[in-house]
Design a protein around this ligand. Structure first.
Ligand code: UN1
Length: 515
């Protein structure tokens, strides 16, 4: 019987990416030392074992860190535009490997092939962005209050950046951090999700060719695997910045641990993103935005749409349209482009999907459509679920939490002020959106009395942000910003310099100190 792996060419992709059945430190070669237990990576697509990865022991971790420390001494001296050129070469490699890497992302974590390819495209885009940035790491100059003095600020590399990434964007979020860190003159140690370690090995293999070709130390790009490494990174004083993507619960712990040693964090934690559907909206646009937002990546994006806040006058119509759209959804192998919805990452995720639906019902919610596990041929992994729509109220505990699954809660509003209050009335603050053609509503939503989120969109859903903007959110989302705009500043340290080129030593604030 042909396995799904054969049918969709995943085996070929693995070979192209240099993935063998067991990947350990020796077979990957690039600053990855792993002599610990094996992690097995199973595909949620068909339940098959993709490969096994050895975890890093505490000794392995120390080896990787020592190499990173050495590499930093070299890398920080490479002029920033030259660092940009190395990142440009990485982008070229990623362009070459876009197809197999996109396939691997899809196969290892279960998102659709198109989204897998889109994720690799985000990597290429952030590389290109970082290349330009490598000539624009600008500091300000100020006018000194003293004569014959010059004052300015400059940005220096921080050192070793710890990157802890999540399964849902196993390669893009790493690249947002790593490529910016690299042009800033930092090196990094990456601890990928244990649910998607093969993607990380594939990236290391790609980076390795560029570093080797340019005679650069492998320690520039470090990889450690296994959950025990999280605490080692968080507590390590040699790591001035930890960029963590994951749940609010774990993020709270990372934040405290790193702050305790005065390290910095970039936190990308949970979202509870809502779309406001105004009576002045275009329903066909709402449909695409809401359905892709809620079921794309099987609801496993931080930016997934979790709540629809619908004006009472268009509520019934919107629910009817959504219901029929959900009835058309094709659930199945994400490598098959005919399917809209792939599997959840694992059976634990399926459990939390089912539990959340039960909780919502117990709190008074009504299931409009969906729910339950999809059974039968092609669904043997047990990770496929029917995307669910539930009529609910914003104050339900289950609605206030982020469930990383395709559950969309519907609620009604009558005034725009009430809609904005509902949208903001959750502990998280990542992404938000309004569909409206009313300028008044749009501007109010974007004003200081509007959305309290890091991302606020008009006539666009909550997910699918472009890399050019700063990405991140407020409140329990953690406050971090990554990717575009001036997010690079978090990867550097600012130094204020004042130079006296006169022959006197006047003190600031006019203080006199005569000797
Ligand atoms: C995430 O889910 O962690 O905006 C990141 C988006 C993607 C990134 C999501 N560009 O949906």
């Amino acid at each position: 019987m042909a396995t799904l792996t054969d049918t969709f060419g995943v085996q070929k992709a693995l070979t192209q990416l240099g993935i063998t059945a067991i990947n350990d430190g020796t077979s990957t070669g690039l600053n990855s030392f792993a002599n610990g237990e094996l992690i097995s990576s199973y595909s949620p697509v068909d339940g098959s074992l993709i490969a096994q990865v050895k975890t890093s022991t505490p000794d392995d971790y120390q080896t990787v860190m020592a190499k990173a420390e050495e590499a930093f001494k070299v890398w920080r001296l490479v002029p920033a535009p030259k660092r940009g050129d190395i990142v440009r070469q990485m982008a070229e490699e990623l362009r070459k490997f876009k197809e197999p890497l996109g396939q691997l992302v899809s196969f290892e974590m279960g998102k659709s092939l198109q989204e897998g390819l889109g994720e690799v495209q985000e990597m290429i885009d952030i590389c290109d962005f970082a290349v330009g940035l490598s000539r624009q790491l600008y500091g300000l100059t100020m006018h000194s209050e003293r004569p014959l003095h010059r004052m300015y600020e400059q940005w220096h590399p921080l050192g070793i950046v710890g990157i802890i990434s999540a399964f849902n964007f196993p390669v893009a979020v790493w690249s947002w951090n790593s490529m910016l860190a690299l042009v800033c003159g930092d090196v990094y140690v990456w601890k990928p999700s244990s649910k998607a370690p093969i993607c990380a090995i594939a990236c290391q293999n790609i980076i390795k060719t560029v570093l080797e070709r340019n005679n650069l130390p492998e320690g520039i790009s470090g990889l450690v695997t296994g959950e025990a490494c999280n605490e080692l990174l968080n507590n390590d004083k040699r790591i001035p910045l930890v960029s963590f993507t994951g749940s609010t619960r774990v993020g709270r712990h990372v934040s405290k641990t790193v702050a305790e040693r005065f390290g910095k964090t970039i936190l990308e934690l949970g979202g509870n993103n809502a779309i406001i559907v105004s009576e002045h909206s275009d329903i066909s646009m709402v449909l695409v935005g809401a359905v892709f937002g809620a079921v794309g990546t099987a609801g496993q994006r931080c930016t997934s749409t979790r709540r629809l806040i619908i004006h009472e006058s268009v509520y019934d119509k919107t629910v009817a349209v959504l219901k029929s759209a959900y009835a058309q959804l094709k659930i199945g192998n994400p490598l098959d482009s005919n399917n809209h919805v792939g599997p959840l990452i694992d059976k634990m995720a399926v459990e939390s999907f089912l539990n959340a639906i039960e909780k919502a019902k117990a709190e008074g919610g009504t299931v409009v459509t969906g729910g339950g596990v999809v059974q039968g041929e092609g669904y043997e992994s047990g990770c496929y679920v029917n995307p669910c729509i539930i009529e609910a109220e914003n104050h339900y505990t289950v609605v206030q939490e982020e469930t990383f699954a395709p559950i969309l809660y519907l609620m009604k509003y009558s005034t725009i002020e009430e809609a904005i209050a509902l949208q903001n009335g959750v502990p998280q603050g990542l992404s938000s959106s309004i569909f409206t053609n009313s300028m008044r509503e749009m501007e109010l939503f974007l004003s200081q009395s509007g959305s309290d989120c890091g991302i606020a969109n008009v006539n666009i859903g909550t997910s699918g942000a472009e890399i050019g903007g700063a990405f991140g959110g407020e409140k329990e989302t953690g406050g971090g910003r990554e990717s575009g705009s001036d997010a690079w500043r978090a990867y550097m340290r600012r130094q204020t310099n004042t130079i006296n080129y006169g022959t006197q030593l006047p003190l600031a604030q006019g203080i006199r100190f005569d000797l």
